[in-house]
Write a protein that binds this ligand. Structure first.
Ligand code: URA
Length: 443
């Protein structure tokens, strides 16, 4: 295999011959291809795409680079949800325990922050002691016992995706329908699922901002899932503003604990319930949408989902007392209220600027090896369309030091736009996509 020729072939818009992507993945796994050549190849894919046959082969090879969870013979339906990435996007922490309380089994394997977006693993690791590094057999045993496990890719599962994900994060090669689809589906197909619900983000804070691209990504992933016998459904949801109020690892965990106490922000709960309904229906745990919603709401109102989260935290070596006292989560030493610089109507809360602001505060990564400061971030109470007075508090900055507070304020000035006309945010859940087609959801 002459890698420069393959890079040139993709650069010039060609398709690699059958067997080539599988060979590339094997060679990369064996560290026979250096990261700089892989990055060039990925960049060529960002520009030129992959044929359907190339994508199927790449996804299969990434999946086969590791092992799979094995639930064969177990009657409980396995179902998971995966998001294409956003800011304040914390529904995984709610859905795993909620679905487990509704009779599903959720082997939720997640990723770290990517680009300006947050990652479930980084959020979970803000819980004191919590380990996301489960072996496959430990994850499997926990799913059978508690109905869910929240874990990261071990060297056993799609290890090539783990390396590619980190490489893409720092080489500008994330926004690509085939690369995102192969990355997500190689992990998800290793989970031994019956059903998968994809939260495909659209809007300025999504990797693929354009609705057309979001729908193409949804259809591509559904094609890969269904071809592997996994019932796959996607919802297109809004990422033109952060989801919920908290943005930053420990702050988001705290918001999830409050949400499981019944005090979640309305937008977070609307998206969580919409995804949860799809999970219950796709897994065959419910046939009626209203009844599915009722069971999810009951799992929160009864306190069962919060208790389940505490059990999962304990099983994964974290301090379960955080669910009763979120102040046990890491706390930023410096806080400052951010106020509206002018009177008017909030025109936008730009998620990309918020995500970049979290990175500037140390809550995300600039390089693969960077450590994450879990306590830092923002709580943004202003929503697009809100009428605000000059000087009104609209956010809080959580930082390590005075310099961080300054960086946070700079990010919020860039993120929160105040205008005079009405705002036009995206509909929170705009489309439902299945193998049968695309359904626009009524506002
Ligand atoms: N989430 C993933 O797992 N992979 C991507 O490429 C993007 C979002």
């Amino acid at each position: 295999m002459v890698i420069p020729s393959l890079i040139e072939c993709k650069r010039d818009g060609g398709a690699l011959p059958p067997g080539t992507w599988a060979a590339i993945v094997r060679a990369y796994a064996a560290e026979e291809i250096p990261d700089y050549q892989m990055a060039a190849l990925l960049m060529a894919v960002v520009w030129r795409g992959l044929s359907a046959a190339e994508l199927t082969e790449l996804t299969g090879a990434m999946l086969d680079s590791g092992s799979r969870l094995d639930f064969d013979g177990w009657a409980v339906p396995r179902v998971d949800k995966h998001s294409t990435g956003g800011v304040g996007d914390k529904t995984s922490l709610l859905l795993a325990p909620m679905l487990a309380c509704c009779g599903g089994a959720v082997p939720m394997m997640s990723g770290r922050g990517l680009g300006h977006t947050g990652g479930t693993l980084d959020k979970l690791e803000s819980i004191p002691g919590f380990t996301t590094q489960l072996t496959l057999s430990a994850a499997e045993a926990q799913v059978r016992r508690l109905g869910c496990a929240l874990f990261g890719q071990t060297p056993e599962i799609a290890p090539v995706d783990r390396r590619l994900y980190a490489l893409r994060d720092v080489t500008g090669t994330v926004p690509s329908v085939p690369l995102i689809a192969a990355s997500i589906m190689s992990k998800k197909l290793a989970e031994g699922l019956d059903a998968l619900v994809l939260d495909v983000k659209a809007g300025s804070g999504a990797f693929l901002a354009d609705e057309k691209d979001a729908l193409a990504l949804a259809r591509t992933m559904i094609g890969l899932g269904e071809a592997s016998g996994v019932r796959t459904v996607a919802l297109v949801t809004a990422m033109d503003r952060p989801l919920g109020r908290a943005c930053g690892n420990a702050l988001e965990v705290e918001e999830c604990i409050l949400a499981l106490r019944g005090e979640g922000p309305p937008d977070l709960m609307a998206v969580t319930l919409a995804l949860g309904e799809e999970m219950l229906l796709a897994a065959g745990l419910e046939t009626d949408r209203g009844a599915a919603r009722g069971r999810l709401v009951e799992s929160v109102q009864s306190g069962a989902a919060l208790r389940r989260l505490a059990d999962v935290i304990e099983a994964q070596e974290g301090n379960p007392a955080v669910v009763d006292d979120p102040a046990l989560l890491p706390q930023a030493p410096q806080r400052a209220v951010y106020t509206a610089p002018a009177a008017g109507i909030v025109a936008a809360v730009r998620p990309r600027a918020v995500g970049q602001g979290i990175i500037a505060l140390g809550g995300g990564r600039r390089r693969m090896e960077d450590a994450v400061q879990h306590a830092v971030g923002f709580v943004i109470t202003a929503r697009p369309g809100d009428v605000v007075e000059a000087g009104q508090p609209i956010a809080t900055i959580h930082a390590r030091d005075a310099e961080g507070l300054e960086a946070g304020a700079t990010a919020l000035r860039e993120a929160i736009l105040i205008g005079s006309g009405p705002a036009a945010p995206r509909q929170l859940v705009s489309h439902r996509v299945t193998a049968d087609g695309v359904e626009a959801i009524a506002p």
